[in-house]
Design a binder for this molecule. Structure first.
Ligand code: ADP
Ligand code: MG
Length: 156
């Protein structure tokens, strides 16, 4: 298990971390993004999506559980399961539209889909650390393809 903890001082640093993370992902990967409201989950996903070639605006899903964006090589799915108590009460195929071999999926508030998302490649946890600072923990159960390195922007 690789664990890396970095500090972000502003949204651009969080986006840059997302971009760096994206560089190590492959089609079929799922990234779980934990953290309180306003911690920067969507900001991180935005940076990752940009790095994967998404040019459309990346915004929080509000009327559905997720968005799908066309990236340069894969479809980028962005899910937010905040309003789902448990997927089991919902259509079991709900996630199928977003996951899969040709996609890279980022899931905010993934708790509701815990069992379906158990195979996630990376787990990111963001936490408020005063003002614009955020503590960001990146856990990667499976090491392959991801090289932990210094974050963009010096750690503080
Ligand atoms: P979440 O998806 O976790 O609710 P968002 O990414 O939508 O969070 O919002 C994070 C908010 O916090 C944005 O308004 C962003 O500009 C602000 N912010 C301030 N500092 C940071 C930081 N270091 N990283 C990410 N977002 C930050
Ligand atoms: Mg969000």
């Amino acid at each position: 298990m690789a664990v890396r903890i970095v500090q972000s001082a502003d949204p651009s640093e969080t986006e840059a971390l997302g971009a760096e993370l994206a560089a190590g992902l492959s089609a079929g990967d799922v990234v779980l993004v934990h953290g309180e409201l306003g911690a920067g989950k969507t900001t991180l996903v935005r940076g990752a999506a940009r790095a994967l070639g998404v040019t459309d605006p990346v915004t929080s899903p509000t009327f559905s559980i997720g968005h799908r964006y066309r990236g340069s090589r894969v479809t980028v799915s962005h899910l937010d399961l905040y309003r789902l108590q448990s997927l089991h009460a919902e259509d079991p195929e709900l996630l199928e539209d977003y996951l899969g071999a040709q996609r890279i999926a980022f899931v905010e508030w993934p708790e509701a889909g815990a069992s379906e998302l158990a195979h996630a490649r990376v787990r990111v946890t963001l936490a408020h650390a005063g003002g614009d600072r955020r503590r960001i923990e990146v856990r990667e159960p499976a090491l392959a393809g991801f090289t932990p390195s210094a974050p963009t922007g010096a750690p503080r």
